[in-house]
Design a protein around this ligand. Structure first.
Ligand code: C5P
Length: 410
C-alpha cells in the first residue's frame, strides 16, 4: 500500500517524445492505488494515443473542452470540476510550450485551463531538447512556476531524442513517483514519526515440533500499521507467527516466534518510537524446559506433566523505559470485568491507553476480521467503537491516537 492510495491524480500529458512513457506512469500510479484522469494536449497525441492512455487508466482521456463525439450533444469537459476533483496535478512530460502557458495563463487548451482552475498541489516534469532546456525562457519559466508553488521534478541528463546528449530528458518515471510520494508524505500528519507495533501470537516451544500458542491473526496490528504508514509514519511491525494474509509487503516487518524474541525486538526498537502499540496476543506461559528432541509417547497409561513459567510481559517492560514524548498503548481481552481490568492495566502497565476488545459477541476479537472496542485513556477519556472491520477500525484508532496524543505535524 502506498501513500498515494485513493489519491485522485490528474495527469497532464503534453507534446514531447517522453509522452510515450506516460502509459507507464499511469499504470504505476494505479498500481499504487491512485485514480488517474489523463488530460492530453493535441501535440502529445502525436507521441501517444488517447486510446492507450484510456485503456491503462480505465477512464476516457480528455483533450478538448468539447470532444468531437460530444459536440452533437452539447456535452463539454468541465475544467473547473476537474481542477477541483484532483488531489494532485502532475504535468509529465511538460513541454516548453505548456510551461510557458502555465506561466502566462494562456488557456487555449483544456490542460492549461485545468491547471488554472486547480487548487491542489501541482508538479511539472519538464522534457525537451538540451538547448530548449538551457534557454533562458525555460529557466525563467521554471523559476516563476517554482516561486508560485509548483513543484518542479527536474529534468535529467542523458541521451535525447535528437541524438544529442545533455540535460532535458523527462525525469525517469520512478523518480517522478518518489518525488510525488515524498511530497505527500511531508503533508501527512505523522510524517517523520516512528510508530512501533507488535502483533500476532507467539509460539512457545516444548520440543522442536510442538508449541503453546493461540489463534491470533495479527490483523488488528497489521491494520494499525498500514494506517500509520498511510498517515506518513515510519512503521515497524514486530510480527508473531501467523498464517493470515496481512497485505504488509510495504511495512518494515520483523518476524519473531516466541515471547522472548518479541520482547527483544520490541525493546530494541522502542527508544526511537513516538507511539508504541502492543496488540500482540503474547502467550502468557511457556514450558520451563524445552526438549531438544521430540518428546516421545511412552504408553497409553502414562501422563505427561508440563511445567510452565510465565513469559515476560512486553508491554509492562516498556513502561519504565518510556521518555517524555513517547506514548504506549496496550490491548486487553477479558472474559469478565473487562472495563475494570482494562483500567487497572493503564496503571499496572504504565500505558497511556488500553483498547479493550469487547468480548461475547460474534465477530469480535482474536481471530476474526471484525472487532468492537472500548478505548480507555490514562487521562480518563473513554470512547466506544461498535463492530466494524479491523481494516477500518485500524484507521479510526490511528487517527484517534494521532489527535489525542501530541504526535501530529501541524
Ligand atoms: O495482561 P494482559 O495479557 O491482559 O494484557 C494485554 C496487553 O499486554 C496487550 O497489549 C498485550 O500485547 C500485552 N502483553 C504483553 N506481554 C505479555 C502479555 C501481554 O506485552 N506477556
Amino acid at each position: 500500500m502506498s501513500i498515494l492510495k485513493n489519491r485522485k491524480i490528474l495527469l497532464g500529458v503534453s507534446g514531447s517524445i517522453a509522452a510515450f512513457k506516460s502509459a507507464h506512469i499511469v499504470r504505476e500510479f494505479i498500481k499504487r492505488g491512485a485514480e488517474v484522469q489523463v488530460v492530453i494536449t493535441d501535440a502529445a497525441k502525436d507521441f501517444v494515443t488517447p486510446l492507450t492512455l484510456s485503456t491503462v487508466s480505465n477512464r476516457p482521456v480528455y483533450n478538448n473542452f468539447i470532444e468531437d463525439d460530444q459536440k452533437a450533444y452539447g456535452v463539454w469537459n468541465n475544467h473547473v470540476e476537474m481542477g477541483l476533483w484532483a488531489d494532485l496535478l502532475i504535468v509529465a512530460p511538460a513541454s516548453s510550450n505548456t510551461l510557458s502557458k502555465m506561466v502566462t495563463g494562456a488557456c487555449d487548451n483544456l490542460l492549461s485551463a485545468v491547471y488554472m482552475s486547480a487548487k491542489c498541489p501541482v508538479f511539472v516534469a519538464p522534457a525537451m531538447d538540451l538547448d530548449m532546456f538551457k534557454n533562458g525562457a525555460t529557466t525563467k519559466n521554471l523559476e516563476i512556476l517554482s516561486n508560485r508553488g509548483v513543484e518542479i521534478i527536474d529534468a535529467e541528463f542523458g541521451e535525447l531524442a535528437s541524438g544529442l546528449v545533455g540535460k532535458g530528458r523527462m525525469a525517469e518515471p520512478e523518480h517522478i513517483f518518489v518525488a510525488v510520494e515524498k511530497y505527500c508524505l511531508k503533508l501527512s500528519p505523522l510524517y517523520g514519526k516512528q510508530v512501533l507495533i507488535n502483533a500476532g501470537p507467539t509460539h512457545e516451544h516444548l520440543d522442536p515440533v510442538r508449541y503453546l500458542g493461540n489463534n491470533s491473526s495479527g490483523r488488528m496490528g497489521a491494520a494499525l500499521a498500514k494506517s500509520a504508514y498511510t498517515l506518513g509514519a515510519n512503521v515497524t511491525l514486530i510480527l508473531g507467527p501467523t498464517q493470515a494474509d496481512l497485505d504488509i509487503a510495504h511495512i518494515d516487518t520483523i518476524n519473531v516466534v516466541s515471547a522472548a524474541e518479541m520482547l527483544e525486538a520490541t525493546v530494541s526498537k522502542f527508544s526511537d518510537a513516538h507511539l508504541t502499540i502492543c496488540t500482540a496476543a503474547v502467550s502468557d506461559f511457556r514450558p520451563l524446559n524445552v526438549d531438544t528432541n521430540k518428546i516421545k509417547k511412552v504408553g497409553k497409561a502414562s501422563k505427561l506433566t508440563l511445567e510452565l513459567e510465565e513469559t515476560p510481559d512486553i508491554l509492562a517492560s516498556l513502561g519504565p523505559l518510556k521518555r517524555e514524548g513517547q506514548y504506549l498503548i496496550g490491548f486487553a481481552l477479558e472474559t469478565q470485568n473487562g472495563p475494570s481490568y482494562a483500567k487497572a492495566k493503564l496503571v499496572s502497565k504504565s500505558a497511556d491507553a488500553i483498547v479493550l476488545n469487547v468480548l461475547g459477541k460474534q465477530g469480535v476479537g482474536f481471530n476474526s476480521s471484525t472487532n468492537e472496542v472500548h478505548v480507555y485513556f490514562a487521562d480518563g477519556n473513554e470512547i466506544f467503537y461498535p463492530i466494524q472491520s479491523k481494516e477500518i477500525l485500524g484507521g479510526v484508532l490511528m487517527s484517534l491516537f494521532t489527535k489525542h496524543f501530541p504526535l501530529r505535524n501541524e
